[in-house]
Ligand binder design. Structure first.
Ligand code: F6P
Length: 453
């Protein structure tokens, strides 16, 4: 397997030289000069289309990026991922999320009819995924709440009006050692709550805590990749077994696309290549994800963990300092509210931000707004008569992901798409996307501070 620095690859140097020729290129001129651009710079995956015509790149850029992926050993790394090889080298583990979505969903889910309230205690991947799923597709009953914070207010709000007897508490923690989650679980026990079940890869600790039922998942499934497993138990109750099976099926469809399609027709791989082009060769270190869909309002928070905890790394697979940029700052919010918040900076700010717009086919007004934003970013005003403060320089890159609908299956496709994009970027950057040692020091220091050491 190739673990050489990407900067040693001939394609990297070619891309650096090639980027020079893109400094003054204008998206408006590219569209004018090539009427086919919007039609050629797109790719399809199950249920969706990627339009990357508003990115600042051309056919040669794509060829060089594909050459880079080749030189990085992308195909071998992808085969290793799918074969369940131990590609998470610092933890000596496979990355088990693809296997998780091939498994049958959790059997013997607690009967939601017995409970008026379900409270999920978990943080990071044990919160963001199930919270997103339940928020997107949950029914009104049962009332499922999520608690991730050590601030007791979140717990108080989640149990307001709830009776201990008719409340099911799901303690979701892969390690079953996470301070926030255990503090909240103990607080509920002290308040007289008794119906505890656990979703974990550490069943012994869960039983010692007193969980009456333990739903186990494999240690090889990373926290931020665990939405496919028992870690999303509360969401599975909220959306129902059938919808969750659809979600898994969507993930599997994207696996097959990522595994089989050639690089430049492969949507996750293309998004990874375009992202690396923006970060490493055009110097764009921020990336916004804007779903124009209220159901997907929690997606940006989910992707923040997925992308930044996976690829926010400063050393490569061999422990060498990365002499190149890795994961950009990822942020976002649902459109259109985002337009009245931070889009000012996207259009006229000095920090360049690349954007993924997600059109989930909600209605024509949302689609019109999304396309207007993408065009304004790409083309600007082009009216020299306007005063400076009203000028939009344009030339700001974005992609549009268009779905035909927004179902649990679509969300499965979407999340698996970003997982594979993150994996492919890890290969380009020669980093392990499946560990997260950067979060450990803060945990230890907090412990020491609490113990007065
Ligand atoms: O501290 C980071 C982290 O380990 C994440 O990777 C994980 O999703 C989260 O904490 C919660 O961990 P656990 O599921 O083990 O409680």
């Amino acid at each position: 397997m190739n673990t050489t620095p990407p900067t040693d690859c001939p394609a990297w140097r070619k891309l650096q030289a090639h980027a020079e020729s893109w400094r003054d290129a204008r998206l408006g001129e590219l569209f004018a000069g090539d009427p086919q651009r919007a039609r050629t710079m797109r790719a399809e995956a199950p249920g969706l289309r990627l339009d990357y015509s508003r990115q600042r790149l051309g056919a040669l850029t794509l060829r060089l990026l594909a050459q880079l992926a080749d030189e990085r050993g992308f195909e071998q790394w992808r085969s290793a991922l799918f074969a369940g090889e131990k590609i998470n080298s610092t933890e000596d583990r496979a990355a088990g999320h693809i296997a998780a979505r091939r498994q049958a969903p959790v059997a013997g889910l607690p009967d939601p009819g017995r409970y008026a309230r379900i409270v999920n205690l978990g943080t990071g991947g044990s919160d963001l995924g199930p919270r997103l799923l339940a928020d997107a597709f949950g029914a009104h009953a049962p009332d499922v709440r999520f608690v991730a914070n050590l601030d007791p207010l979140e717990l108080e709000r989640a149990i307001a009006g709830a009776q201990a007897d008719s409340t099911l508490v799901v303690v979701a923690s892969k390690t079953f050692t996470t301070q926030e989650t255990l503090a909240n679980a103990n607080a509920l026990r002290q308040k007289g709550f008794r119906n505890f079940v656990a979703a974990t890869a550490n069943p012994g600790a869960a039983r010692r805590f007193g969980a009456t039922e333990v739903f186990e998942f494999s240690e090889s499934v990373g926290g931020r990749y665990s939405v496919w497993s028992a870690a999303s138990l509360a969401a599975q109750i909220a959306i129902g077994a059938e919808a969750f099976a659809e979600f898994l099926a969507g993930g599997r469809e994207m696996d097959e696309h990522f595994r089989a399609e050639p690089l430049l027709e492969n949507v996750p791989a293309l998004m990874a290549l375009v992202g690396a082009w923006n970060v490493n060769f055009l110097g764009m270190h921020a990336h916004a994800v804007l779903p124009y869909c209220h159901r997907l309002r929690l997606l940006p928070a989910y992707l923040q963990q997925l992308e930044m905890e996976s690829n926010g790394k400063r050393v490569d697979r061999e422990g060498r300092p990365a002499g190149y940029a890795t994961c950009p700052v990822v942020f976002g919010a649902e459109g259109t509210p985002s337009q009245h918040s931070f889009h000012q900076l996207l259009h006229q700010g000095t920090a360049p931000v690349a954007v993924d717009f997600i059109d989930a086919a909600v209605n024509d007004v949302l689609t019109a707004n999304l396309r207007a934003q993408a065009n304004a970013l790409a083309l600007g005003t082009g009216d020299a008569a306007l005063p400076p403060h009203r000028q939009h320089p344009g030339n700001r890159p974005s992609s549009i992901l268009t779905f035909r609908s927004c179902t649990p299956r679509d969300l499965g496709r979407l999340i698996a798409l970003y997982e594979h994009k993150v994996f492919a970027q890890g290969v380009l950057w020669n980093i392990n996307s499946f560990d997260q040692w950067g979060v450990e020091l803060g945990k230890q220091l907090a412990q020491r501070i609490m113990e007065g050491r």
